[in-house]
Ligand binder design. Sequence first.
Ligand code: AMP
Length: 315
Amino acid sequence: MHLGNLLGALRNWVAYQHEHDAVYCVVDLHALTTAPDPAELRDNTLAAATMLLSVGIDPGRSTLFVQSAVSEHAELAWMMECTVGFGELRRMTQFKDKSDRTDFVSAGLFTYPALQASDILLYDTDLVPVGDDQRQHIELCRDIAERFNHRYGETFVVPAHVIPTAGARVMDLQNPTDKMSKSLESAGTIAVLEDPNTVTRKFKRAVTDSDNEVSYDPEAKPGVSNLLGILASATGRTPESVAEDYNQYGPLKADTADAVNELLEPIRERFRELSADPGEIARLLHVGADKARTVAATTLQRARNNVGLIPRSPT
Ligand code: AMP
């Protein structure tokens, strides 16, 4: 996980669990769209769950599980695929970006938003807290839910997305017009588990511009504005007010690195502690999956009935 995931999504997830009946899952089925190595997939699934616990997702408050453990996700996804249009999927910018960058484009990569709609709609979800890059997918999920309800009668709650104002779009430190993404070893990405010195070095080398004037203007000054956005998000301020404190890039970079390290250090430490007991993580995930399945099964049953599939077993 990287700083973009943390500021754009995970921190909100932690906050939401205090006000909402929250459901979070590690989407291992989505990971299959790019054919990961099986051993790596297993390790990464557990590491992602450990990371969610490390940032503060509390399994006592929230439902936390692994997507593939609740088979209702894959089953409802088929109904979602039959509800969404080919043209709608083709317009998804994430698909366009990702398919341009890979040699083999799986059908799963194309239908990804249908599985994502299933992930959301199974839980009668009202709010989906995501980063700005997921806006288009969540809008498509709403369209799918509305179309399904229109065709087959009221079945799904139509969800809304919630996008944080600060940190919604954390950009790559080397290419600040691209969003920070998963290539964790890249000089433009800050991994949550990265050691503090590397984090500081990456911020020091972050691309800015040559006029050395600190102001928040994402269009004209994407590099500096990204640093201001990160520092603002890490310290709970606005980028404009942070900009007033600086008149040189050097101190802005140093303070941003320090604020990010301060934010990441307790997460890294908790991750190390939790990783020492993978059996306990697996147990927590099984409890979460049992809880999730109860809700998902009811929604799936409703969808099956409404589309006209006959009961699976005599009632
Ligand atoms: P992903 O790992 O790309 O599936 O993203 C997981 C969550 O992190 C989603 O809610 C994204 O919207 C959010 N996210 C990913 N990259 C960024 C970024 N660079 N800035 C802000 N949020 C992001």
